[in-house]
Design a protein around this ligand. Structure first.
Ligand code: UDX
Length: 437
């Protein structure tokens, strides 16, 4: 059985979700207040890069099931309304800005038909859903609200939405669960684990998962610091501990740390919320996780200064990578771009290359140098930084590149390049967390 759904907020999460729900056979109305975004999506163009999604978007638009609009009234017939708007970090605090979520609820409320279900997917501080349910009881008393966190990774968004490793729902009624079971019926058919929880638990699952992942990354980056001090090799250490099934080998890639629109702001908002709840001590460790993460960026800058000089003003530095991770054009809180900007601010002449993220990076730091050619980026450089592990950087030929540089120095900030290959080609090679010559 199919339903009519609205998806409010057609940014990264919403656009992906709208196309994927349409591909499950539902009729989907994507709503956004940004007309330009709506027009772009209607033309079948994605406002961001995500492998496989533009193709799916085109197919679903052509099917007639998927439409985009700025008009909330277009969703009057929908049975379920998914809120997918952003919850960015507030400007002068660690806390999340909930204004987009509140606005979304207020805008859709007048158009909710009796018996409809509003479902929050945005990542919110625990307790938000309860507040929204109380608000909804005033604005549209015949409607209900549920929470259904999203665990999509950029670069794997379609796969994660259509074959999620679990579906978590926070509900206050059996009826709400039954509605969501209908929406997700095709995913239940493929045996996706289904977890019914109360509202606060459903909200917490998301931030707890992201905090755990952030902790794993910062743990291995802390080990990288110790390995560097002791002359050990963090990549071997990670492989060795990863064989222990209780630890697992995922998210143990040491390097310049985590960035993006989720992990950094989610752990900060979690710290802020715990303080409000009187549970400050419980999440005190997340402050260390954040500091270790930011320190990884600083450690790269320290190595650059050690290799070149305290005064960077006469040096040309090539930066490979601007996106916060490969297969994405997202530069939000990108460790790579942050390092590039800090080196530029310290006086170095910095040229950045990225296969997809240059346009976004330029908007953020217009004064940095950018190029679409790796060769041009590296030519005449005193040092090359590998900061986002795109496949094409792993495929580079160090022998060919050697002669382009002024001095062949490589710092691998992602532990992704084949060190032996680069060293035997004649490069001075520094990897984070590994014994370095
Ligand atoms: C994350 C969560 O994984 C996802 O479940 C949630 O819905 C949103 O936030 P995403 O931001 O797409 O997803 O990126 P992820 O693949 O988790 O990587 C986050 C950051 O950690 C990236 O900057 C990545 O480079 C870094 N990372 C990841 C490491 O530094 N080391 C690792 O071992 C893994």
């Amino acid at each position: 059985m199919t339903s009519t759904l609205s998806v409010i907020g057609t940014g990264y999460l919403g656009a992906t979700y709208a196309a994927c729900m349409s591909s499950l056979g539902h009729t989907v109305i994507g709503i956004d207040t940004d007309r330009e975004k709506v027009d772009q999506l209607t033309r079948g163009e994605l406002p961001f890069f995500e492998p496989g999604l533009e193709n799916l978007l085109k197919i679903e638009l052509a099917s007639g099931r998927l439409t985009f609009t700025t008009n909330f009234a277009a969703a009057t017939d929908a049975d379920v309304h998914f809120i997918c708007v952003g919850t960015p970090q507030k400007e002068n605090s660690l806390a999340a800005d909930l204004s987009y979520v509140e606005d979304a609820l207020a805008s859709i409320a007048p158009h909710l038909k009796s018996g409809s279900l509003v479902v929050g997917k945005s990542t919110v501080p625990v307790g938000t859903a309860q507040k929204l349910i109380e608000r909804l009881a005033i604005l549209a008393p015949q409607s209900d609200l549920a929470w259904n966190p999203e665990f999509t990774r950029e670069g794997f968004a379609v796969e994660d939405s259509l074959r999620p490793d679990r579906i978590v729902i926070g509900v206050t009624s059996d009826r709400a669960e039954a509605i969501l079971r209908t929406v997700y019926a095709p995913l239940l058919d493929i045996k996706t684990p289904w977890i019914r929880a109360d509202l606060p638990t459903a909200e917490l699952v998301k931030v707890a998962a992201n905090s755990f992942l952030a902790t794993k990354i910062s743990f291995i980056n802390a080990m990288a610091e110790v390995c560097e001090a002791a002359g050990g090799d963090v990549t071997v250490l990670a492989t060795a501990i990863g064989y222990d099934a209780r630890i697992g080998n995922k998210f143990l890639k040491a390097g310049i740390g985590f960035g993006g629109g989720c992990l950094p702001k989610d752990i900060r908002a979690f710290i802020a919320r715990a303080e409000e709840l009187g549970a400050t001590q419980a999440l005190e460790f997340l402050r260390d996780i954040d500091s270790i993460n930011l320190r990884a960026r600083q450690r790269v800058i320290d190595v650059v200064r050690l290799q070149l000089s305290e005064d960077l003003s006469s040096y040309k530095i090539a930066v490979l990578g601007a996106a916060y991770k490969p297969d994405s054009d997202d530069v939000r809180d990108s460790p790579a771009l942050d390092i590039a900007a800090q080196l530029h601010a310290a006086g170095a002449s910095v040229t950045v290359h990225d296969p997809k993220a240059i346009a976004n990076a330029k908007k953020r730091f217009p004064s940095l140098g950018f190029t679409e050619s790796v060769t041009e980026c590296i030519t005449d450089s005193d040092l090359v930084l590998h900061l986002t592990e795109w496949r094409e950087y792993r495929d580079l030929d160090p022998e060919v590149l050697l002669s382009l540089t002024k001095t062949p120095r490589m710092i691998d900030g992602r532990n992704a390049l084949d060190r032996d290959r680069w060293v035997s080609a004649g490069w001075k090679f520094h990897a984070l967390g590994r014994a370095n010559s």
